[in-house]
Write a protein of this length. Structure first.
Ligand SMILES: [Zn+2]
Length: 228
C-alpha cells in the first residue's frame, strides 16, 4: 500500500515536471507576473495619502486607487535594475519640477523588461505616482526603453497580455500613453489641484500606443478625447 502510494506520487510529480517543461518550451510563453515589490513603508503611505488629498482632492484612509484606465510609459532608463532602484525609494530626490508638488517618489504598479518579462512592483490598486491628474484612477505600466531604445515586440505582446488580465479584474475604460494624458484635462476623470502643474511627455511613443490599442480593439475600450 505504502509502496503504491509512493509510486503514484512519484509518477504525478514526474508527469507534472514534464508538463512544466513543455509549457516552458512552447512558443506561446505562459503569461505570468513576477512579484518584485518596491518599498512600501509608513513614509510612502503617508506621502501617498497626502498626494491623494492635496493634489487629487480625495480624503482617503488607505492609499488605494479605483482603476478605470491604464497608462503606458517608458522609463527613459535602459536598465531594469537601475529603474527598480529609482522607483524603490519612497521619497523623490533632486527633480525640482516634481518636488514642489510632492516629495512622494514616482513609481508604477508594473514594470516590463525588454524581453517582455512582467514585474509587479506594487499591488494593482496601491497608489503610485506616475501620471499627473489621473494617478487615483490609473494603473501604470512602465516599459524599459526610451527614445534611443524604442519598445520591443515582446513588450508590445506583454502589455497586451497584462492589460487583458487587468481588464478581467477591473472596470477599465481607457488604455492611454503617458503622452496623451493632458487630453483628459476637460473630462470628469481629471483631478489635479494646480492648473499649472503639468509636464510634457512623449512616452511610450505614439506608434507603440496606437499599435497596442489596435491589438486590444476587441475589448471595446472608450476612444480617448481628441482635444482639450
Ligand atoms: Zn511616463
Amino acid at each position: 500500500m505504502n509502496l503504491n502510494l509512493k509510486k503514484y506520487s512519484f509518477n504525478t510529480i514526474f508527469l507534472s515536471f514534464i508538463a512544466l517543461l513543455f509549457s516552458a518550451c512552447s512558443p506561446q510563453a505562459t503569461f505570468r507576473i513576477i512579484e518584485k515589490p518596491i518599498t512600501w513603508n509608513e513614509t510612502r503611505e503617508q506621502l501617498s495619502l497626502q498626494y491623494l488629498r492635496e493634489r487629487h482632492g480625495l480624503d482617503k484612509e488607505q492609499a488605494t486607487t479605483s482603476p478605470q484606465m491604464v497608462v503606458v510609459h517608458w522609463t527613459a532608463i535602459d536598465n531594469i535594475e537601475v529603474t527598480f532602484d529609482v522607483f524603490d525609494s519612497p521619497t523623490l530626490g533632486g527633480r525640482e519640477d516634481l518636488t514642489s508638488a510632492s516629495n512622494l517618489n514616482v513609481s508604477s504598479q508594473f514594470l516590463i523588461d525588454r524581453d517582455g518579462t512582467i514585474f509587479r512592483l506594487l499591488p494593482d490598486t496601491t497608489f503610485a505616482r506616475h501620471t499627473i491628474g489621473l494617478n487615483y484612477c490609473a494603473i501604470g505600466i512602465e516599459n524599459v526603453g526610451g527614445p534611443e531604445a524604442p519598445l520591443t515586440k515582446a513588450q508590445l505582446k506583454a502589455n497586451e497580455n497584462l492589460i487583458r488580465y487587468l481588464r478581467k479584474k477591473y472596470p477599465l475604460e481607457y488604455v492611454i500613453g503617458h503622452n496623451e494624458y493632458q487630453l483628459f484635462q476637460e473630462t470628469e476623470l481629471w483631478k489635479e489641484a494646480d492648473p499649472d502643474y503639468r509636464t510634457v511627455k512623449t512616452d511610450p511613443g505614439d506608434s507603440f500606443i496606437k499599435k497596442l490599442r489596435k491589438n486590444l480593439s476587441d475589448l471595446n475600450l472608450k476612444p480617448i478625447p481628441t482635444s482639450y
